[in-house]
Design a protein around this ligand. Structure first.
Ligand code: ZN
Ligand code: ZN
Length: 342
């Protein structure tokens, strides 16, 4: 699924030749003083000092493509918080002016459906997706939105809750779910309606109960700001759609597979480097350790929606308030996702 975890080394420190030569050739990490794991040491392009990727704060997941400057050479700017001012936030996210932001979120639709289906047991059996459930308190929703605006501003990204097709990149006509070998799981009518409902809520400022939190170790992360039920739609993964072949030399830090076609020249990726939403800030698990796997609470699934591929992040269990969201960045690479949802 994701090309997110592709790891590329820009600068590799030389191997220490011998103990005697250590002082001359051995590069050690400025943070921990060790010269071990030299394949994970990167060198500053200004002062030539070494740092382990995992000793940096925030940790670097992969080596940056262009020049890299260490913390002392980069004179890193302090994180600037987006102002907690309703009009500014509404403009930033282009929330519909006509709607009353202070209106109570309406969840009537899903309740009605549940009753008709004969209660929770029935709904569970059908494994239907649930819309996210916004917090009633408008002041808290503003805080949630400001936290995302802060992260988008810091990464130089414009907000877009839709896949975007930009001239010079892949046209919308290139997004055909049928290009996927073996086909793609079709989002059923009822779930499509739920997805549309989520999109409409976003436009009205009925925000998903998510808070973007800066972690000194992991960078931007996303936390549940209220209890979230299993099978809830958290967000769609959005950004500019491009051909994978155009992006093979990108950093790939947050690129997401949209179509993995039989003919690789037709394969598409979502690139949230210029436009995107909260999805790009959700953490990936370490899928090499049992502890890492245990943290996973979301699944990333590609669906055929009206013939086009769309990527959704969906809760795979109940999530408590304050829990950090995690999914597997490369768990579905060769896997057909149906088994988890049907
Ligand atoms: Zn170190
Ligand atoms: Zn430096």
């Amino acid at each position: 699924m994701a090309t997110r975890s592709s790891f590329r080394r820009r600068t590799q420190a030389p191997r220490p030749v011998s103990r005697v030569d250590d002082n001359v050739d051995g590069i050690s990490c400025e943070e921990c003083g060790s010269g071990d794991r030299e394949d994970e040491l990167i060198l500053c392009d200004k002062c030539d000092k070494g740092y382990h990727l995992f000793c940096l704060r925030p940790i670097l997941a992969c080596v940056p493509k262009g020049d890299w400057f260490c913390p002392s050479c980069s004179n890193a700017k302090r994180l600037k918080r987006f102002p907690l001012i309703q009009t500014k936030i509404i403009d930033f996210f282009r929330i519909q002016r006509s709607t009353d932001f202070y209106q109570k979120p309406c969840q009537a639709d899903s309740k009605k459906n549940k009753r008709r289906l004969g209660g929770l047991a029935m709904a569970k059996k059908k494994r239907k997706l649930l819309p996210f459930n916004p917090i009633d308190d408008p002041a808290r929703r503003l805080e949630q939105m400001a936290s995302l605006a802060t992260a988008l501003m810091a990464t130089g990204t414009d907000f877009s809750d839709e896949l975007t097709y930009v001239p010079g990149m892949a046209p919308r006509s290139a997004n055909q779910a049928s290009l996927e070998p073996g086909g793609m799981q079709v989002l059923c009518r009822e779930d499509s309606k739920t997805l549309e409902h989520c999109k409409d809520m976003m436009k009205r400022g009925q925000w998903p109960p998510l808070m973007v939190v800066f972690d000194s170790c992991e960078g931007f992360t996303v936390h549940a700001d209220r209890f979230i039920k299993d099978l809830t739609i958290i967000t769609e993964y959005t950004g500019d759609v491009d051909y994978l072949k155009n992006r093979e030399h990108d950093d790939g830090d947050s690129m997401m597979t949209l179509i993995s076609a039989a003919d690789p020249s037709n394969s598409l990726v979502i690139c949230p480097d210029k436009r995107g939403n909260i999805a790009r800030f959700i953490s990936g698990i370490n899928n090499h350790t049992p502890e890492g796997k245990k943290k996973q609470n979301l699944k990333c699934v590609r669906f055929n929606v009206d013939g086009e591929s769309r990527v959704l992040l969906i809760a795979i269990r109940d999530i408590s308030r304050g829990e950090r969201l995690y999914y597997d960045y490369n768990g579905l690479e060769q896997e057909y996702p149906t088994q988890h949802f049907v």
